[in-house]
Write a new protein. Structure first.
Length: 570
């Protein structure tokens, strides 16, 4: 994080500092260069010494209203103005505003004759005039060795350098003095590092035909500072240093869940997808669908209105866009809207540290919520396994500290263990999806399973997935004959089961019809018996009624006879 104040003091014991405006350098120096003191920047030719000096002056002039003077002993003002124009710095405008001044001091070694004692008093007078001319607060002397070209008296050289450094302190200006690297010393004379308050060493190395620039704070009097070597990049936006070792493990975490872009995969991950700010690894052999799953995730990110950075180390962006159309994914509208940015570069284009800095710069520029690296296994070509593992550790930690979700795909060779990455960073992953190919019945079918997913419930089932014209189709879990079946074998088994089910259904229908017939026959028999019973009941009731009528008539007749006979009994 760059510092925003003109003079930064972390506490009363810290030196006042002048920010350089160089991304990352102010962080590892604890705020910038020592204010009012000289800083030595040394390194080989082409390592970036002059640009650091110019960047320091431009930052002071534009951001902190501190005019600066650039004293060149090699380049003319016209050459310097032209050389830095490609970085977006308009020195002519700053000169017109009296915020910047270039003074070229030409020294011809053939015009110098060393005799007796000599000193730099004339230089002090000249520097004093140009400093006072614009009220400079910052100054750069580039390159110091030129002052002593052709001189052999080391005692005088060292004495005058000490005087120069003390004089700059007395003027109260923050100075950068650049020097060429010696054979076994930081500088050609091996003297300046003993009189500067801050020494920055620049280095440019070539390993495996790949060039990498590095920066190290060799010493910094009165201030704590980063002591490691840090890669830095010079591009059209200037200089940027990535303080790769400053990332800790105390960053904030999120409990928010984001979709994978594949609904049934969301279900396998507890129904909600990945954790925001987590790291996801997709491993599998060639052709298993790693890039397609990544593209679905990129689409889901853009559909939420968020930005996605897709780092392609194998295919060109146009090729990816074309290939994804075959599975129903049209990512071009998101590219046009600026939500999806592809960055395609060969892993061997430069070293891993340069890749790290470029990714860091792209993230600062795009501000994505998701970063996809496809495939990460190709980056092994940019360094050895130890360097590659260190690269990904720093990248993942940096992204997670910003709550950026990172998805990595890893190509696994057919002869190696599938549950393994060549780089060896699987332990850093929060979610790990494993893609495999099952070979059976003369065909190859893809399967997916969740190897791990920290902090969430997840499926332990193998799922067959098919790449269709509508995207990825994850099929239901299917077990046949005690084994997982996919592809044609699954279709054949399902057909057999359907045929057996049809036979059982037909038998059921036959039995059902027979039962219905029997039920109808029994019902008809019951109805006939019921009718017969009712008839007999009616006849019996009629007999009862007739008997009762007979008894009544008989009783009446008996009474008549009794009356006729005048019987004594009723």
């Amino acid at each position: 994080m760059l510092l925003d104040s003109e003079t930064t003091k972390s506490d009363n014991n810290q030196l006042p500092k002048s920010p350089t405006g160089i991304q990352g350098l102010d962080e590892i120096t604890g705020g910038g260069l020592p204010q009012g003191r000289p800083t030595l920047v040394c390194g080989t030719a082409g390592s970036g010494k002059t640009l650091i000096g110019v960047n320091f002056l431009v930052c002071g002039a534009i951001s902190y209203s501190e005019p600066g003077v650039f004293v060149s002993f090699e380049e003319t003002p016209e050459e310097l103005i032209q050389n830095v124009r490609s970085l977006g710095w308009d020195l002519k405008q700053l000169i017109a505003e009296k915020k910047f001044l270039i003074d070229h001091i030409h020294i011809d070694p053939y015009e110098i004759e060393e005799t007796g004692d000599y000193n730099l008093e004339a230089l002090f007078i000249r520097l004093g005039q140009i400093i006072d001319k614009i009220g400079a607060k910052r100054i750069v002397l580039d390159t110091i060795e030129t002052l002593f070209v052709g001189l052999s008296n080391a005692t005088i050289v060292r004495s005058e350098l000490q005087r120069l450094f003390r004089w700059l302190k007395s003027k109260g200006v923050t100075a950068i003095i650049t020097g060429e690297k010696g054979e076994n010393t930081l500088t050609r004379h091996g003297l300046e590092e003993y009189v500067a308050d801050c020494v920055i060493r620049l280095d440019q190395r070539i390993q495996n035909e790949i060039s990498t620039r590095r920066l190290q704070i060799v010493k910094y009097r009165g201030s704590s500072h980063g002591t490691n070597e840090y890669p830095f990049l010079i591009n059209e936006k200037g200089i940027s240093v990535l303080p790769i070792t400053s990332v800790g493990l105390d960053h904030e975490i999120s409990t928010e869940r984001i979709s994978t872009g594949i609904p049934r995969l969301d279900t396998m991950l507890g129904g909600q997808g990945y954790f925001r700010g987590s790291s996801i690894l997709i491993t599998g052999t060639a052709g298993t669908g790693k890039s397609t799953i990544s593209a679905h995730f990129a689409q889901a990110t853009c559909l939420r209105g968020e930005r996605c950075l897709y780092l392609a180390f194998e295919e060109a962006p146009q090729q990816i866009l074309r290939n994804m159309l075959s599975v129903g994914l049209d990512l071009r509208p998101f590219v046009e809207k600026g939500l999806l940015k592809f960055q395609a570069v060969r892993p061997t284009a430069f070293g891993l540290e340069m890749h790290l800095i470029q990714i860091h710069n792209l993230i600062n520029e795009l501000q994505p919520t998701v970063v996809i690296v496809d495939p990460m296994s190709n980056l092994v070509l940019g360094g050895n396994l130890l360097q590659s593992k260190s690269f990904f550790m720093r990248l993942i930690d940096s992204l997670k500290s910003q709550e950026i979700t990172v998805m990595l795909t890893n190509l696994v060779t057919g002869s190696s263990s599938l549950e393994h990455t060549e780089i060896g960073i699987s332990s850093l992953m929060d979610t790990w999806l494993e893609l495999r190919v099952n070979e059976s019945s003369g065909e190859r079918n893809r399967v997916l399973y969740v190897l791990k997913s920290r902090g969430m419930e997840h499926s332990n089932q193998l799922r067959e997935f098919v790449l269709t014209s509508q995207g990825i189709e994850l099929k239901d879990v299917y077990l046949g004959q005690g084994t997982v079946l996919t592809g044609t074998a699954r279709n054949v088994q399902e057909a057999k089961e359907k045929a057996a089910s049809l036979v059982r259904q037909q038998e059921f229908e036959r039995k059902r019809r027979e039962l219905e017939k029997k039920q109808a026959l029994v019902r008809s028999q019951i109805e006939a018996l019921q009718t017969q019973l009712e008839t007999e009941q009616e006849e019996f009731q009629l007999m009862i009624e007739q008997e009762q009528l007979y008894q009544d008539i008989s009783l009446q007749e008996q009474r008549k006879v009794a009356n006729w006979r005048q019987a004594d009994v009723d």
